[in-house]
Design a binder for this molecule. Structure first.
Ligand code: SF4
Ligand code: SF4
Length: 74
């Protein structure tokens, strides 16, 4: 089973929530942290559930998400 990690560039994030809605694993949520523009930025709330599918990154209109994937022995 692949395992993923998501990095959100907080200064690029506009807090639109599209990545949160796009994640099939319900990994993402709002952090409650405001960036310099005053947006509540997205973060990994349930990192253990991330599969590295990159739907979130493909959905983000501000290209604020990078996804890293590693293979875990099953
Ligand atoms: S890579 Fe996939 S599973 Fe992981 S946070 Fe993004 S949409 Fe969710
Ligand atoms: S889709 Fe992009 S801009 Fe919108 S909340 Fe997610 S990371 Fe931020």
């Amino acid at each position: 089973m692949p395992k993923g990690t998501v990095l959100v560039d907080e200064e690029r994030c506009k807090g639109c929530g599209l990545c949160i809605a796009a994640c099939p694993q319900k990994v993402l949520g709002f952090s409650g942290r405001l960036n310099r523009s005053g947006y509540d930025v997205a973060c990994m709330e349930r990192p253990e559930s991330c599969l590295g599918c990159a739907f979130c990154a493909l959905t983000c209109p501000d290209v604020a998400i990078e996804v890293y994937r590693e293979k875990v022995a099953s």
